[in-house]
Design a protein around this ligand. Structure first.
Ligand code: 5RP
Length: 246
């Protein structure tokens, strides 16, 4: 199998086409030879990994190594022949390319739809530049508008943290796998999906949740100042760029 695997266009699924376009554009525009990269997770970020593999195959990129943010991304990179490294070897990364579940007008994010937000946050904090790739269904007027907030909790603290989240007004559901088993993160912890509706002050909520000892990771990415590449699912536009206000 070539490093790039199959990346044929899917004209029948405009959202999939948009995800591919955004992911590939991030690799084309921001990855250069010699870089150390964060490799994000999810159905959009994987297309950056595919594109990096294609560019390596074509000899247009050399001396690349990436830190994967999830076991799934690690497996994909290994399948495609994208070299991997660790934060032990490279504690600073040049560029991190990742997806998001929601992007606010201030370019703050909800992440964790795949349950990888703890590692994603570690890698984002280790990176000089965060590039977020989304289709335009992810743009929201306020965080929480369309997605529950993923909250990774220590197993012994599940009940008190659930009750704490409920006391703040959230409807809380413990995440399950497609076959109704308990979903566990790569660290072996459950996730409570806390639906708040539109969150008036995400930074203040994050501070309150970060004070809780049993809460290990909250999928709120506030103040990361990402560059956001947005591909339109209706095919009307090419990928557009949202940059943080200076
Ligand atoms: C995983 C994530 C993903 O990046 C996020 O859920 C977006 O995924 P997708 O591109 O499949 O919609 O945060 O924890």
């Amino acid at each position: 199998m070539s490093r790039s695997g199959g990346t044929a266009d899917d004209p029948g699924d405009p959202q999939l086409a948009a995800k591919k376009e955004a992911g590939a554009a991030a690799a084309d525009r921001f990855v250069r030879s010699g870089m150390r990269l964060g490799l994000g997770s999810g159905s959009t970020a994987i297309w950056a990994v595919h594109r990096i593999a294609e560019l390596l195959d074509a000899g247009k990129l050399t001396d690349i190594a990436g830190v994967p943010t999830s076991p799934a991304t690690e497996e994909l990179a290994n399948q495609l022949g994208v070299p991997l490294t660790t934060l032990d070897e490279y504690p600073r990364l040049d560029v991190d390319i990742d997806g998001a579940d929601e992007v606010s007008p201030d370019l703050d994010l909800i992440k964790g739809g795949g349950g990888a937000h703890l590692r994603e946050m570690v890698v984002a904090q280790a990176s000089d530049h965060l590039v977020i790739v989304v289709d335009d269904t992810k743009l929201v007027p306020a965080l929480g508008a369309t997605h529950a907030l993923p909250v990774e909790v220590l197993p012994m603290a599940e009940r008190p943290e659930r009750e704490f989240l409920e006391s703040l007004g959230a409807s809380v559901v413990k995440r399950t796998t497609p076959d109704r088993g308990v979903f566990l993160t790569a660290q072996g912890n459950p996730i409570l999906d806390a639906a708040f509706g539109p969150i008036a002050n995400p930074a203040a909520l994050k501070l309150r949740l970060d004070e809780r000892a049993g809460i290990l990771a909250v999928g709120l990415f506030i103040g990361y100042r990402p560059t956001v590449l947005v591909a339109s699912a209706d095919g009307a536009q090419r990928v557009r760029t949202l940059s943080p206000a200076s």
